[in-house]
Design a protein around this ligand. Structure first.
Ligand code: ATP
Length: 446
């Protein structure tokens, strides 16, 4: 990518997202609600494609994985057992003069107050990141519930249910995608850090002696997933946590990081969580969460490998990595800047655009509409008849559509169409009865 593109890449992507209907500011007509974002027609499809590919790789294509969709509200004891009630917090201080709020551990004692002199700080208090609300109509201590701050605990509390009903032997894993909520002190950077977000999480249960092997396998396979879906290697890295970064119970952790416009940022963490979670839930619930190994006749508490990623962050990384500006020749024969998203064809929110050459020639429109409806059964399709054909191609380049199909006068004669490739801008003439297999190949659909 050219340097110039990189410099204001962040702003360009935010603006493209709004202009083309990927992501809008939340509650826009009321002036927005800070750091809340709504996914528009293209964004929701892109995000769905990301989730579908994750599910396909991690559940559908593996014989050792099953899925789950647990409730967002969970028994409050869950969050005591997990440690979130006690420890999922940041130290907070307020300045009485400038009214700003800071994380105490990030504020230097020499920091100057915008209202003059030094800050006049309140006592440090622990600010728990969990959102609290009341369940039912009577407000008292027993009706207090939390919006889950991670999806993982829904998996742990269902370990025994899933293991027995799906009759799984170790090793096996449970996958879940869903919303999580954290009252982040400093949400920022568009959809990178928000207070409401989606997670894609796996808890993989193994015999303690096999945990290292499984851990290494998941680190490699999660890294490979981002690469397979088009993230360039130079923008992707694995970072091993230093021993002091690890939670006291964790045996190891790697982050998959992406080079965002502002620097490296975490996409996903893969941790070896030992038997901590299952043991804690067994203790707090009084239910056994041991596994009986029929091969060795022993009762064990499995160890857990947890690959935990964010849907919004992954979606953002795919957008950033796909963005490019190159040059194309306009209808007037002049060079012009072309904005193009080189999204992987399985992620593109629209895979195929069907375009009649002219909108006022009825036979072309009828044929194009017929083709559109046929292709909709198999692909993500859009139809557009407005404007010059070159301009239409540009509009689809900008949203990452891999193939544009033009229906012209020859189509009516010989049953062929032009298929134009987003990346090379090359055009192929393809017979309509060959179109489906041609597109399957182009779009990497197997
Ligand atoms: P960070 O250090 O960035 O706050 P974390 O280490 O606390 O993240 P985890 O608790 O490991 O994050 O959550 C797993 C994944 O969930 C993260 O890798 C990220 O992709 C996603 N995630 C976590 N917090 C947020 C958030 N506030 N907004 C969007 N995604 C998030």
């Amino acid at each position: 990518m050219k340097k110039k593109v990189q410099e204001d890449l962040f702003d360009k992507i935010v603006s493209l997202c709004k202009r083309r209907g990927f992501v809008y500011p939340g509650s826009d007509i009321y002036g927005g609600l800070a750091n809340c974002w709504d996914y528009g027609p293209l964004g929701v499809q892109l995000k769905k494609n990301v989730k579908d590919m994750w599910w396909r790789t991690n559940v559908q294509e593996r014989s050792d994985m099953v899925g789950l969709d647990a409730a967002i509200f969970m028994h409050p004891r869950t969050w005591e057992a997990s440690g979130h009630v006690q420890a999922f917090s940041d130290p907070l201080v307020d300045c009485r003069k400038c009214k700003q709020r800071f994380r105490a551990d990030e504020l230097s004692p020499e920091a100057e107050c915008p209202a003059g002199g030094h800050h006049d700080l309140t006592e440090v208090r622990q600010f728990n990141l969990m959102f609290e609300t009341q369940m039912g109509v009577v407000q008292n201590e027993t009706s207090r519930v939390y919006l889950r701050p991670e999806t993982a605990q829904g998996i742990f509390v269902n370990f025994a249910n899933v293991q027995s009903t799906s009759r799984r032997k170790l090793p096996f894993g449970i996958a879940q995608i869903g919303k999580s909520f954290r009252n982040e002190i400093t949400p920022r950077r568009f959809i990178f850090r928000t207070r409401e977000f989606e997670q894609m999480e796996i808890e993989y249960f193994v015999h303690p002696e096999k945990s290292e092997e499984a851990f290494n396998g998941w680190v490699q396979s999660r890294y490979a997933w981002y690469k397979q879906l088009g993230i360039r290697e130079e923008n992707l890295r694995l970072r091993e946590h230093e021993p002091q970064e690890l939670a006291h119970y964790a045996k190891g952790c790697f982050d998959v990081e992406y080079l965002f416009p502002w620097g490296w940022g975490e996409l996903e963490g893969i941790a070896n969580r030992t038997d901590f979670d299952l043991k804690r839930h067994a203790e707090y619930s009084g239910k056994s969460l041991e596994y009986f190994d029929p091969d060795t006749n022993e009762h064990i508490t499995p160890w857990v490998i947890e690959p935990s990623g964010g849907v919004d962050r992954a979606t953002f990384a795919f957008l950033v990595d796909a963005y490019d500006e190159d040059t194309a020749i306009s209808a007037k024969g002049q060079e012009e800047v072309r904005v193009v998203l080189h999204l992987h064809p399985r992620l593109a929110p629209i895979q195929v655009a069907v375009l009649p050459l002219l909108k006022n020639k009825e036979p072309l429109v009828v044929k194009a509409r017929e083709l559109e409806m046929e292709l909709r059964k198999h692909f993500l399709v859009d139809y557009d008849e407005r404007g010059q054909i070159g301009k239409r191609y540009r509009r689809y380049d900008e949203i990452g559509t891999p193939c544009c199909i033009t229906v012209d006068f020859d189509t009516l004669e010989d049953g062929t169409v032009t298929v134009r490739d987003r990346d090379s801008m090359a055009q192929d003439r393809v017979a309509i009865d060959q179109l489906r297999s041609y597109l399957n190949e182009k779009l990497l659909i197997d």
